[in-house]
Design a binder for this molecule. Structure first.
Ligand SMILES: [Zn+2]
Length: 330
């Protein structure tokens, strides 16, 4: 039977319980039988997102338009898996702490499932940013003080209400792994996949999926130079001070699953690259000029691809760049 287990001490935990990590501090992984599937009763009309071939600065690549999911980002893959499982388990209320695409995805799927959704956000979060979450009628809890205060508040709330976290809850990665299966179906195993990473929800999902399929593409991870803890750790560089970046969807100072992410990059014989804000914005504009409107953070993956292959590459190589979020959100 499907359950969580601790990645450190291997202690088992039920999926529907209030524990979001092990008492030893270890993060959860998901155990499931080979044929065990999540029963899907909640749907917002998920699609197999299109793959289109384009030439960018002379480089032919596949763009996977993953922003074409119901709430406008790839995070729907994760929320779909988590919320369907919670619905099956009879959970009626959840808490979550993302003002971005993950928050919107959870709010949307909770609305569809009839699960009460509380989103904890720093008081300073702009109203524009939570417009979509409000539309889904999620309860937005604005916490006074800093981001740390919000983190404290959500952990306190998680003592009594289910924490549907896109970081702690391994069901989320179980959902995002469908991206790998789709790419496999559409173009086979690519040589490279270039993914932006903050908390690693796409990176770890893609890794997990291709691992199950049995062959890994090289995973090239992209971070913002202004906030690049994974890049720094991978390259053995001091972390230094983090700054603001336009790629706010991947600006995570202390990603919980950083070691898992580094293992995934190494296992895939991949690499990591950091790009500056100017490159990210230019890449977003370049996509716009082609008729593709994505949020700024999505530009990071394209910017990373252009930087990584700046000296050219073998035309026979298949390179996939997923586009994570749509531009209409803000
Ligand atoms: Zn443990």
């Amino acid at each position: 039977m499907m359950h969580f287990y601790c990645s450190q001490c291997e202690k088992n935990y039920p999926i529907g319980g209030l524990d979001y990590q092990c008492e030893c501090g270890g993060l959860f992984q998901l155990y499931k039988e080979k044929d065990e599937k999540i029963t899907a009763t909640v749907s917002l009309g998920e699609v197999q997102t299109p793959v289109i071939k384009r030439k960018l600065q002379g480089k032919e690549i596949y763009l996977k338009l993953d922003y074409m999911q119901p709430t406008g980002s790839f995070k729907d893959r994760g929320a779909f898996a988590v919320i369907n499982k919670l619905k099956e388990l009879g959970i009626t209320e959840v808490v979550e702490d993302s003002s971005g695409n993950a928050g919107a995805a959870f709010a949307g799927y909770c609305a569809a499932a009839g699960i009460k959704c509380n989103i904890y956000l720093p008081e300073s979060t702009s109203l524009g940013k939570i417009k979509q979450i409000n539309a889904y009628k999620a309860n937005v809890v604005r916490v006074p003080g800093t981001r740390d205060d919000t983190a404290k508040a959500i952990l306190k709330a998680a003592q009594t209400t289910y924490y549907a976290s896109h970081v702690y809850n391994p069901l989320f990665f179980e959902g995002t792994k469908s991206l790998a299966y789709e790419i496999y179906e559409q173009i086979g195993i690519p040589n490279y996949i270039v993914v932006p990473a903050g908390n690693g929800t796409m990176l770890l999902g893609v890794y997990k999926g291709f691992k199950e399929i049995g062959q890994l593409p090289r995973i090239i991870v992209v971070q913002s130079k202004n906030c690049a803890p994974i890049f720094k750790k991978f390259k053995n560089q001091p972390v230094g001070k983090m700054k603001q970046t336009v790629a706010e969807g991947i600006a995570i100072q202390e990603p919980k699953r950083i070691n898992e992410m580094i293992d995934a990059i190494n296992d895939s014989k991949g690499d990591i690259i950091a790009v500056d804000d100017d490159q990210v914005t230019k890449a977003q504009e370049m996509l716009g000029e082609m008729g593709i409107y994505v949020e700024v953070t999505s530009g990071a993956a394209v910017a990373g691809m252009l930087e990584y292959f700046k000296d050219g590459h073998d035309d026979k190589l298949n390179i996939v760049v997923p586009l994570t979020g749509m531009g209409l959100k803000k």
